[in-house]
Design a protein around this ligand. Structure first.
Ligand code: GLA
Length: 415
């Protein structure tokens, strides 16, 4: 039998061990990024693609109004993100201030307004001493800036990588992650380092998403290199995702940059652009003017069935399963045994699709899912039209230039 004092010693030791463990858990948990903020790819809007530095508080308020009134909020878009050029100077204590001319009411008032609409407010900074637009960056002020953001009611921080010579990305982004965690308000942390240091290899614990490429350029299949920077069209960004899918999943996404839907590409290109981003589980951050978009743009951006593919809870990024000249097929395993399939015509000419389901077993090693259409028949429905069919017969279609056919496969219909 255990003597009384031995029991007491053991109990005390257990209590001390418990306290030490608790302290260890607490001290490591404050330095983690907030969990649960991006269990599916984040959806929202950002000012940069359309407005660059020409932003003010009125634009942000009107965008929040338009997000609600246009049905975007109901479709799932939540974040209203202010990009570069909102900053003014730091005050004498080093606190960052908004540009007094463009944001005279302050960011807190803006956050209150955006929150009153049931939306969330995002902000932008940079790991260097200055941002890409030449405004004050967060270098040396990370904890102070994160505290300001938390005080203002910010929900999302996009963190850029301009003017960082000699700096290493991983520690720089980790510092901001820790600063945000210490500030005590859950804020989604979006790393914008353009893929230079392969952030997919280290940012899973640091950020909720990380940019994989240079900036998007508003075209489907082109590249723009004026010398100091590069802009990539939709297909060029897609091609740079090869090999990255295994790094993405709930809470940590490959970010293919903000959308250009509604900014001048054709309707087929816009549909393809959104479909690709949804298939690849990239964040869906709108980049157009929500206050004046056409009905066709609005319909494209709010397609609930395409958004459901993006927001599927499995969070598996699509894989390319076939290349046949200009035609490519991508497959995304979905929750509940479903699949999304995307047929992409990369060419600027029409292309005829003759797809024999039975010619290839659909296999994904990452999610360990496989379908042999010789054994199993799936029903399909076209997510951009009302067409339906099944995999017992070949899929024949004439595809317009730069277009997609996006199907939801449910089944098995019969085995
Ligand atoms: C970089 C980013 C863009 C945008 C601008 C702002 O280029 O990649 O998304 O934030 O800076 O200056």
């Amino acid at each position: 039998m255990m003597k009384g004092y031995e029991m007491n010693i053991k109990r005390t030791a257990r209590i001390i061990a418990g306290i030490l463990l608790g302290a260890a858990v607490c001290s490591s948990s404050w330095a983690q990024k907030a969990e649960g903020l991006a269990s599916t790819p984040q959806m929202g809007w950002n000012s940069w693609n359309k407005f660059a530095c020409d932003i003010d508080e009125r634009l942000i308020r009107e965008t929040a109004d338009a997000m609600v009134n246009s049905g975007m909020k109901d479709a799932g878009y939540r974040y209203v993100n202010i990009d570069d050029c909102w900053q003014g100077e730091r005050d004498t204590d080093g606190n960052i201030q908004p540009d007094p001319k463009r944001f005279p009411s302050g960011i807190k008032a803006l956050a209150d307004y955006v929150h009153s609409k049931g939306l969330k407010l995002g902000i932008y900074s940079d790991a260097g001493a200055t941002t890409c637009g030449g405004r004050p960056g967060s270098r040396g002020h990370e904890y102070q800036d994160a505290r300001s953001y938390a005080r203002w009611g910010i929900d999302y921080v996009k963190y850029d990588w301009c003017n960082t010579p000699g700096m290493n990305a991983e520690p720089a982004y980790t510092t901001m992650r820790d600063a945000i965690a210490k500030a005590g308000r859950p804020m989604l942390f979006s790393a914008c380092e353009w893929g230079m240091s392969k952030p997919w290899e280290w940012a899973g614990q640091v950020a909720h998403s990380w940019r994989t490429t240079p900036d998007i350029y508003n075209c489907f299949d082109c590249e723009y290199s004026p010398g100091f920077s590069t802009g990539l069209g939709v297909l060029r960004i897609l091609d740079r995702q090869a090999g990255l899918r295994k790094f993405a999943g709930p809470g940590h996404w490959n970010d293919m940059d903000m959308l250009e839907v509604g900014n001048g590409m054709s309707e087929d290109e816009d549909r393809a652009h959104l479909s690709i981003w949804a298939m690849m589980a990239s964040p869906l951050i709108l980049g157009n003017d929500l206050r004046s978009m056409s009905e066709s743009t609005r319909r494209i951006l709010t397609n609930p069935r395409v958004i459901a593919v993006s927001q599927d809870r499995l969070g598996v990024q699509a894989l390319r399963v076939l290349v046949d000249g200009p035609l490519e097929i991508y497959a995304k395993p979905l929750d509940g045994g479903q699949w999304a399939l995307m047929f992409l015509n990369r060419s600027n000419q029409p292309a005829d699709l003759h797809h024999d389901w039975k010619a290839q077993v659909l296999t994904d090693d990452l999610s360990r899912r496989s379908v042999d259409f010789k054994q199993t028949v799936y029903r399909w429905s076209d997510l951009w039209s009302s067409k339906t069919g099944d995999t017992s017969t070949k899929l024949l279609a004439r595809m317009a230039p730069h277009s997609v056919l996006m199907l939801l496969l449910t089944g098995p219909a019969k085995t």
